[in-house]
Design a protein around this ligand. Sequence first.
Ligand code: BEZ
Length: 236
Amino acid sequence: MEEQVQVVSMPRIGDKAPEFKAQTTQGDINYPADYKGSWSILFSHPADFTPVCTTEFMTFATLEEKFNKANCKLVGLSVDGLYSHIAWLRRIKETMAFKGMKNVEVNFPLIEDIKMDVAKKYGMIQPNEATTKAVRAVFYVDPEGIIRAIIYYPLNVGRNFDELYRALIALQTTDAFNCAAPADWRPGDDVIVPPAASSKIAEKRMEGKEEGVECVDWFFCTKKLSADTIWKKVLK
Ligand code: BEZ
């Protein structure tokens, strides 16, 4: 017999974030329309009342204000129902302790998606990993509703929150200052200058004649960008 190939939709970087309406622990949402004008991180977790997800929710909730200050709102999702979400979040607040975090209240919306409509739309169900649970997906959606970065983790590895925040600030910085962020970039590190528009400009750069720009080779030029300048632009 022929093997059945399951077609799953996988939104990609640069696509408009697929639209949906859903119920959440904070009321109804209309995504991404409700988030126009701010960044959002739409993320999925495999299941309520599971340990790795619990540590992630405690960490997301503890860092929520930090993300909000960078004009970014958090939106969670799993294929569990609303009452499960509410019971789990209450249990987290009442009983859980992890890495010094206790009494953690989750104030960002957590979407119920029992029919997996949203999870399937966003490619969060990855059948060779699990057919009944979402993987740990992270979608960065910009203020215009465009997907700008996507990160996936499997079921059994919790996300790195330094990286989630670093990637957000890198996206905002590269937008605001027309540059690119090299490997392991952090605010305060040099940024990459876009390719020269002409060979004349490239030559000028290589001769060290473009103010503030330093080149290691014709295709690799950097400039200083202070962390202060970035935070002034990025933080609310
Ligand atoms: C967890 O969050 O601990 C978990 C969830 C689903 C599969 C494996 C681990």
